[in-house]
Design a protein around this ligand. Structure first.
Ligand code: ZN
Length: 132
């Protein structure tokens, strides 16, 4: 079965910890052994896994992404959000995490993050849990 998480962002570029929402979706699925796949059906957002212990890590990620891919750089894309498309491509639109004994096998310091690159918006994240 397919599950869906909704995230409402409030900034142009924002990183949102969605770990607890993903864990809830896993519990609701009832799957104990398998693979959880997350997918972001958007072209200017992404999903990634990184440290969730120190909040300054996500600040640094946003700062460096904005430095690497400036909002204006003579892009061809006329919609004005080329930087967001590039960030989305770099970060990626999906992640898969192994599930054992009903738990995500995340490392001690890992969390799951939704990356907003053209906000603020209302976004969807699709989750499929595959038993096996
Ligand atoms: Zn665009």
């Amino acid at each position: 079965m397919l599950k869906e998480i909704e995230v409402k962002t409030s900034s142009r570029v924002e990183v949102v910890d969605i770990t607890s929402q993903v864990e809830r979706a896993l519990r609701e699925s009832g799957v104990k052994e398998g693979l959880l796949c997350l997918y972001v059906p958007h072209t200017t957002a992404g999903v990634f896994i990184n440290e969730n212990a120190d909040p300054s890590v996500k600040k640094d990620i946003i700062k460096e992404l904005n430095k690497l891919i400036p909002f204006e750089d003579g892009y061809s894309h006329l919609e004005g959000n080329a930087a967001a498309h590039i960030k989305s491509s770099l970060v990626g639109a999906s992640e898969c995490i192994p599930v054992e004994e009903g738990r995500l096998l995340l490392g001690t310091w890992q969390g799951i993050y939704f990356g907003e690159f053209d906000g603020p918006r209302r976004r969807r994240i699709l989750i499929k849990v595959v038993e096996g």
